[in-house]
Structure formats: C-alpha cells, structure tokens
Design a protein around this ligand. Structure first.
Ligand code: HEC
Ligand code: HEC
Length: 376
C-alpha cells in the first residue's frame, strides 16, 4: 500500500519520533466507514427507550438545579457541544475542558478527554453528577422522575419496573446517544470509499495522501473513527483562561484536589494534566485521548481546551511540530497549499449537513394527588 510505505518512510525520516508509533504503524487499521453502532447486551435498544432517552437528554430534572440538562452543553446546532473554547460549568462554576461532541461517542471504548469511563451508561451519571457539570444528586434526580406521571408510565413500559430508577435513566440516555451517529451516505469520504470517485475534490485527495503519508496523521488518527483511542501529549498550549480568571483556577485546583494528585503537583498545578489525573504516572502528564476526526466541520473549537478555533490553526500547529515539550511530533514542513489540502480532507470526513434535532416537549411534574389512580 503506497500510503503505508509513505508513512513508514516519514517515520523513518524522523518526522514522528516515538518508537512505539513506528511499531504500531506496521498494523494500523485503515480509515474506514463506520460500522453499525455497537450495542451492549445489557442495554438493548428499542424505539421507546430511545425516545425516553431523548426526552431525558433535554430534561433539566437530571441536574442539581433542575436546569442543567445534558443538552445545555451539548447543543445540536453547536455540533452537540458548546461554542465556548472551555465549556461553561454548573452555575457559579466554570468547567475546565472543551465540551466534546457526543456525535459518534457510542463508538469509543473510553470516554472523556482522559478516557476515564468506558461506557455511555457510566458516563451519563458522571456528567449529571459532576460538580462543574450537572451537579445533581442521584436520589434527588430519581425522585423528580417519580413525580412525572408520563415518565412513570414510560419507564414502566420500557424497563418493566413500577417506578423510574436513576440507573434506567442513564441506560435510556445511552440508547439515545447510540442514535446520534454519522450517516455514511452524507459523508464525502465515505461515499468515495463506497466507489464514488467524484466525492472528493482534488485538494481533499491530495490531503488524504498527506494524512496517510508525509504528515503522519494516520499514526494516531486511524480506523473508522480516525482515532486509535490511545493517549499522547502534543503540547497543546494551555488555556489562557487559567492565567487570570479565578473561577477557572478554582475549578482547576478543585479537579486536582478531588482527583487526589500528590501535594506538590497540586500546589504547582496551573494546567490540565490529562491522563495523569487517572494514573498519577509522571509520564502521563499532558496526555489526552486521540479524538475522532469525524464531523469536525460542525464541532469547533478544537483540542481538550478548545484553544484552536479553526482547522487551519490545528494544521498549522502540527506543521510547526506541535507544542512545547511534546516528544511525539516533529515539524512537517508543509507549504500553504499542502496545509489547505489537509484541511480539505479533514472537512471531507464530515456530513454535508450537521445532524440537527428539535428539543422534545417535556412532560409535567405533578403532585401525588394528581397522579392517575393506577400509579398511586
Ligand atoms: C456543564 C456542561 C455539561 C453538561 C451539563 C453535560 N456535559 Fe457532557 N461533556 C461536557 C464536557 C466539558 C465534556 C468533556 C469533559 C472531560 O473530558 O472531562 C463532556 C463530555 C461528554 C461525553 C464524552 C464524549 C467523548 O468523546 O468522550 C459524553 C458522551 C457526554 N459528555 C454526554 C453527556 C450527557 C449524557 C450529559 C447529561 C447527563 C452531559 N454530557 C452533561 C460538558 C457537559
Ligand atoms: C501522536 C498522535 C497524533 C498524531 C500523529 C496526530 N494527532 Fe491529531 N490529535 C491527537 C491527540 C492526542 C489529540 C488531542 C490533543 C489534546 O487535546 O491535547 C488530537 C487532536 C486533533 C484534532 C482536534 C480534534 C477535536 O475534536 O478537537 C485535530 C483536528 C487533529 N488532531 C488532526 C490531526 C492531523 C491533521 C494530524 C496530522 C497532521 C494529526 N492530528 C496527527 C493525536 C495525534
């Protein structure tokens, strides 16, 4: 395969300097069209469960103050994320990371920028309960659901239990998120793979060669998601918000503290340390999970702290050899046209139109006196 030879050539030329990458390159999964979404055996999908999950995703009852629904930070018209580089946080706080798109999150085997949870069902309570996200108490959120007759009925139908359980809410939201995936027929690159040779522009085709060759992107962004789901420290510049905004600094120190980092690291903490927070291994400082490159047209800004507003900025960052202290990237020496070609290829991994949805109408909370007889 030409592209693989090119890649190995660029690795040999020292453009990518980590030996592990070179080893992994021997067996890189090629870019490919996404397969049907994987569904866990213990949470099968039904249309009723997906519909319930859709309502719950938009429902502020699944948060502390009744107003921080998942959709607040994952808005369809903002690529199912937020427009701000770092997501805003629960009222009174700031978050510390860019709100990831939830498009195609069903395909990852590890979620969040440092991959700390391994299923959508485990991710949802972490989001709804997280101090700078939903900040909700599980038993309170569950009780709120039990005061909505339409939910009681829907949970009974979907899960066969008398009363809604909060764990079932996370299952329903997981099922719903498994429907928020790329439609290959709408993606130029997937149409090209399916045989439509006109689907990619000349520039995008040249960009693909660079991606798989001289630019070495494929070393980490491979397979159907264009992510190897491993962790690397690219030296992405620190978010400027941490320099001079006390609310961001409070969140940063709080995250360090509650994640139990050693005292010295806590005292010196002026940036997000990524995977280190999970493993506490010094070599994991600044390492983040390789994100998917699908749907980028709709999901700006980019990187764990949203520090780059455009794909041009991202490509310029790689062209310059990444950021300070990184040991995995070297300068690429691409001219302006090559950089534009790479951007054209990245854009061709997105659907022609963003996946949009209107908010559902939410059912009303009732007093117990107003419940239908059969629910009392
Ligand atoms: C206050 C804003 C906020 C709210 C509310 C929120 N999220 Fe998020 N979400 C984020 C941010 C920021 C991240 C990245 C966090 C990180 O990596 O630590 C994220 C990450 C995720 C991811 C991981 C995606 C990936 O690629 O790994 C999923 C899935 C997700 N959120 C779903 C949800 C669901 C479901 C809810 C509601 C139960 C929710 N979020 C509520 C801001 C929010
Ligand atoms: C050594 C592994 C590696 C290589 C090589 C690599 N990337 Fe990445 N890429 C990552 C990681 C890790 C991140 C997230 C970094 C962060 O947020 O700190 C990332 C983030 C990105 C993002 C932002 C995505 C988002 O949703 O925020 C884009 C775009 C991107 N890479 C494109 C490329 C391109 C184009 C190339 C080739 C020029 C490339 N990458 C080479 C590992 C890699």
């Amino acid at each position: 395969m030409t592209s693989r030879r090119l890649l190995l050539g660029s690795l040999a030329a020292g453009l990518l300097t980590v030996a592990g990458l070179a080893a992994a390159a021997q067996e890189l999964p090629p870019l490919a069209t996404l397969p049907p979404v994987p569904v866990p055996a213990d949470n099968p999908m039904t249309p009723e469960k997906v519909e319930l999950g859709r309502q719950l995703f938009w429902d502020g009852r699944l948060s502390g103050n009744g107003a921080m629904a998942c959709s607040v930070c994952h808005l369809p018209e903002l690529g199912w994320g937020t427009a701000t580089p770092i997501s805003f946080g629960y009222p009174g706080t700031e978050h510390w990371r860019n709100s990831q798109t939830i498009l195609n999150s069903a395909y990852y085997n590890k979620l969040f920028w440092e991959g700390s949870v391994t299923s959508l069902e485990a991710q949802a309570p972490a989001a709804a309960g997280g101090g700078v996200a939903g900040n909700g108490d599980g038993s309170m959120m569950e009780m709120r659901l039990r005061f909505v007759p339409e939910y009681v009925e829907a949970f009974r139908e979907v899960f066969g239990t008398d009363w809604p359980k909060i764990s079932q809410a996370w299952q329903a939201i997981g099922a719903y998120q498994r429907t928020l995936v790329t439609d290959p027929e709408q993606v130029p690159f997937d149409r090209y793979l399916a045989g439509d040779e006109t689907a990619l522009s000349e520039g995008a085709l040249r960009g693909r060669d660079l991606f798989e060759g001289q630019a070495g992107c494929i070393a980490c962004h491979n397979g159907a998601l264009a992510s190897d789901q491993r962790y690397y420290a690219l030296g992405v510049p620190a978010a400027p918000q941490f320099d001079d905004d006390s609310l961001f600094q409070i969140t940063l120190r709080w995250e360090l503290y509650q994640k139990g980092v050693p005292e010295a690291v806590y005292r010196a903490g002026d940036d997000d340390l990524g995977l280190f927070h999970v493993t506490k291994r010094p070599e994991d400082k600044g390492r983040f999970r390789t994100p998917s490159l699908r749907e980028l047209r709709w999901t700006e800004p980019y990187m764990h702290n949203g520090v780059f507003a455009t794909l041009e900025e991202v490509v310029a960052f790689y062209n310059g050899g990444g950021g300070a202290g990184n040991t995995v990237l070297s300068p690429l020496d691409l001219d302006d046209r090559q950089q534009a070609d790479l951007v054209a290829f990245l854009e061709a991994l997105s659907m022609d139109e963003p996946l949009l949805q209107d908010p559902p109408e939410l059912p009303q909370t009732q007093t117990w006196a107003e419940f239908p007889d059969e629910q009392n």
